[in-house]
Design a protein around this ligand. Structure first.
Ligand code: PGA
Length: 254
């Protein structure tokens, strides 16, 4: 039990901020400082979950320097599968680790749909992330059409089967269920649908692997979503760009 009597034994919840392609150095530094201030002011045991920020690659070292020692972890938003090579514009998992990252988001729908990444590519990237010692946050989720066709669970199950290499351990993989139609739209799945999907995902994962929900999580809906069984945290986009909003969501992860 932690000081507030919460049972932390099973899966420590994770509040992950995906800043996407937002922020110049000054903005990123201000956001990082505001989060660190809240960590310091709150003291030990707060916010009661693990905090992770995933800034754009250009801000990794700036943000990494500011959050060092604060308990906030640093992550990348994507990586190549290879350690190095002639891959213009890409960034390797080793480079992320070298910049201070402990995590990397992989298979985000904006990569799957905007850059044509499929499960095989995501599978290779996860192996690369593990090789570099990073925890992979694997994103899965159905489109609106797939949800309406009744195939959401089937789609997510096939993304899990196609993306997760067989040789991981529960600690170096986190799964984020993000319905594609809920990302950045202000729409969220119903609590029933979230609970049902997380239960379905849980049957396919070891008990210690965390399953996050993502897609328009905000301070208003966080308590009800994060209170659901098998929801072990949140992957937050838009609301993570505001320190107070992200902090409020993190504090809902109890
Ligand atoms: P959103 O993004 O919170 O802005 O919907 C979530 C995500 O893409 O990870």
């Amino acid at each position: 039990m932690d000081p507030r009597g919460r049972n932390m034994a099973v899966r420590t919840k994770l509040a992950a901020g995906n800043w996407k392609m937002n922020g110049l150095r000054e903005d990123g530094a201000a956001l990082a400082r505001a989060l660190v201030q809240r960590m310091v002011a709150a003291g030990a045991g707060e916010p009661g979950c693990q905090l992770l920020v995933c800034p754009p690659a250009t801000l990794l070292t700036t943000v990494g320097g500011l959050i060092a020692g604060s308990g906030i972890a640093l992550g990348g938003q994507d990586c190549h599968a290879a350690a190095k090579g002639a891959f213009t514009g890409d960034i390797s998992p080793e480079m992320l680790a070298d910049a201070g990252c402990t995590h990397v988001i992989l298979g985000h729908s904006e990569r799957r749909h905007g850059h044509g990444e499929g499960d095989t590519a995501v599978h290779e990237k996860i192996l690369g992330a593990w090789r570099a010692g990073l925890t992979a946050i694997l994103c899965v989720g159905e489109t609106r059409a797939q949800r309406e066709a009744g195939t959401a669970v089937e789609i997510v199950a096939s993304q899990l089967a196609g993306s997760i290499p067989g040789d991981g351990v529960p600690d170096n993989l986190v799964v984020a269920y993000e319905p594609v139609w809920a990302i950045g739209t202000g729409l969220t799945a119903t609590l029933e649908d979230i609970a049902a999907m997380h239960a379905a995902i849980r049957t396919r994962l070891p008990a210690r692997t965390r399953i996050l929900y993502g897609g328009s999580v905000n301070p208003q809906n966080a308590v009800s979503i994060l209170g659901l069984a098998e929801v072990d945290g949140a992957l937050v986009g838009g609301a993570s760009l505001d320190a107070e909003n992200f902090w409020t969501i993190a504090r809902s992860c109890v």
